[in-house]
Design a binder for this molecule. Structure first.
Ligand SMILES: Nc1nc2c(ncn2[C@@H]2O[C@H](COP(=O)(O)OP(=O)(O)O)[C@@H](O)[C@H]2O)c(=O)[nH]1
Ligand SMILES: [Mg+2]
Length: 485
């Protein structure tokens, strides 16, 4: 490798030297500004240092000589860069300014120089007396040299060696190695937790080898998107693993993967229950739950649906005498719907009202909203309701609740003998899947879905399709996509 470095006050001077020394076919490898040593830094001067090689030596670093030949056809212009700095190399065309990488540690700019005495392109403000060297209007190709070649390039012949040898930086620092090691540890950790999931609670083992493919396209997008709806990533992985083979066999199309995985996840994790109010024998339904989760509103929705759409008799009973407004709220709904309304203050009063009501009436009981961590004064009513198997107890859960509080509510309100769950405020969260694990683990069937304040429109019976379409709402997906990007 015959590489030489030339120093001069201007690039033009350096190029002249190169031309005289190496001939007109020489290649410029690098141009940089250096400072000559002075005495204790005094008297040091700025100079231009140009590294150049003859075509044979550069072509030799390529697997074949094609690029070198290509470059022979390209005219390159180098202007005097002593004013503008060593990196200021511009294209011959106006507004076209190809940048040449000059980092000799890793790359080698393949700019072939042809010296012309006539061309004087307008490159720099101070171009008046510059004898320009032509530069290609197209950006020169940056060639990544092989490690050995780089090493060789860094070995500068003695007579042209610069005062300060470029320092060879180690390829990987100790810190990077440490980081890599800790990342490896994390990967191992994740793999072992995956392995621990091989036996799922329902006995279906998850194929660990198949799970590896989950992290490849197109499965990984589905994994990310469904996980970000709040559905437990472990559930998503489990059901993604099931679609890998059908996808490979062409049984599932790419655009159906997400939907298929979601439907499979929901139907395998959640028990969906038919609306108990639709059964032949009208049911008595009590709504239980924390303050403000939507019990009274859901009662109004249910009452309106039964009374107005099914033209059946509806009786509303409220135990929520703690707030006057709560009684008024229920009475207002009862008036609009044309339902009976009864206010009771004790278990005895409740029992008396229930006994009086006709058998053909659909009875909806509104209970007091309570902090699930403070149910000490609720034992009487909870014992009563738990003992009444003919009264269905529906736990109302707000879908915006975080899973930990959801789990607490599910456990605490179980003292009422809760039989099913209504999920409200699905319209208020982009992570409607977050409570799915809680409901699934709790083992209670899901009965109703509420997704707004409108009575009775924003009420659906819970089933796989209704819940899936709520989770995949277009506006939510757009937000999820934004957050993923
Ligand atoms: N966005 C939305 N708001 C709801 C939903 N259900 C109830 N709400 C609102 O939540 C608030 C509390 O509802 P309420 O029925 O009084 O709760 P309660 O204390 O459990 O009886 C009210 O402003 C309702 O309009 C729902 O599904 N979506
Ligand atoms: Mg209420």
């Amino acid at each position: 490798m015959n590489i030489k470095k030339y120093r001069a006050n201007t690039t033009r001077e350096a190029l002249e030297k190169i031309k005289n020394d190496l001939g007109e076919d020489a290649f410029v490898l690098e141009t940089k500004q250096i400072r000559t040593k002075g005495f204790l830094g005094i008297g040091s001067e700025k100079q231009i240092e140009v590294s150049a090689a003859t075509p044979d030596s550069v072509a030799g670093s390529e697997p074949n000589n094609e690029p070198a030949r290509d470059l022979r056809d390209k005219k390159l212009n180098l202007s005097d860069s002593s004013d503008a700095g060593p990196n200021s190399i511009e294209g011959g065309e106006e507004n076209s300014q190809p940048e040449v990488q000059r980092d000799t540690d890793t790359t080698l700019s393949e700019a072939r120089v042809q010296f012309t005495n006539s061309a004087k392109p307008a490159f720099y403000p101070s171009r008046k007396d510059v004898d320009a060297v032509e530069i290609s209007s197209r950006a020169p190709r940056v060639v990544h040299s092989k490690p050995e070649t780089t090493k060789q390039l860094l070995t500068v012949p003695e007579e042209t060696a610069p005062e300060t040898q470029p320092k060879q930086v180690p390829l990987v620092s100790n810190r990077e190695l440490e980081l890599l090691r800790s990342e490896l540890r994390e990967v191992k950790f994740s793999l072992s937790s995956l392995a621990a999931q091989r036996g799922t609670p329902n006995g279906n083992s998850v194929d660990l080898e198949a799970q590896g493919e989950i992290f490849d396209s197109p499965f990984y997008d589905t994994y990310l998107e469904l996980s970000s709806t709040g559905i437990k990533p472990g559930y998503v992985r489990e059901h993604l693993a099931e679609v890998i083979e059908p996808f490979k066999n062409g049984l599932i199309k790419n655009e159906r993967i997400l939907e298929t995985v979601l439907l499979n996840t929901l139907s395998s994790k959640i028990i969906f229950e038919e609306d108990p109010l639709q059964l032949a024998k009208p049911a008595v339904l009590a709504l239980i739950g924390s303050t403000g989760v939507g019990k009274t509103t859901t009662i109004a929705k249910l009452a309106a649906r039964v009374a107005l759409h099914e033209d059946k008799r509806v009786e509303l009973v409220t135990l929520d005498t703690y707030r006057i407004a709560a009684v008024e709220q229920l009475k207002t709904y009862a008036d609009i719907i044309g339902a009976g309304c009864h206010v009771v203050r004790s278990v005895l009063e409740l029992e008396a009202v229930l006994r009086r009501l006709p058998d053909d009436a659909t009875v909806l009981i509104d209970t007091i909203g309570k902090n699930p961590h403070d149910l000490a004064d609720q034992f009487e009513i909870s014992d009563y309701l738990r003992s009444r198997h003919d009264i269905r107890k529906c736990l109302v859960m707000d879908a915006t609740t975080n899973p930990f509080d959801g789990l607490a509510a599910l456990n605490k309100f179980s003292m009422y003998g809760t039989d099913c769950v209504a999920l409200t405020k699905l319209d208020e969260t982009i992570r409607p899947g977050a409570l799915i694990e809680i409901i699934s683990e709790g083992g209670l069937p899901l009965t109703y879905l509420c997704m707004g304040q409108r009575v009775p429109e924003d009420l659906r019976n819970a089933n796989v399709e209704n819940l899936a379409s709520q989770i995949l709402r277009k506006d939510f997906r757009a937000e999820i996509q934004n957050s993923l990007n």
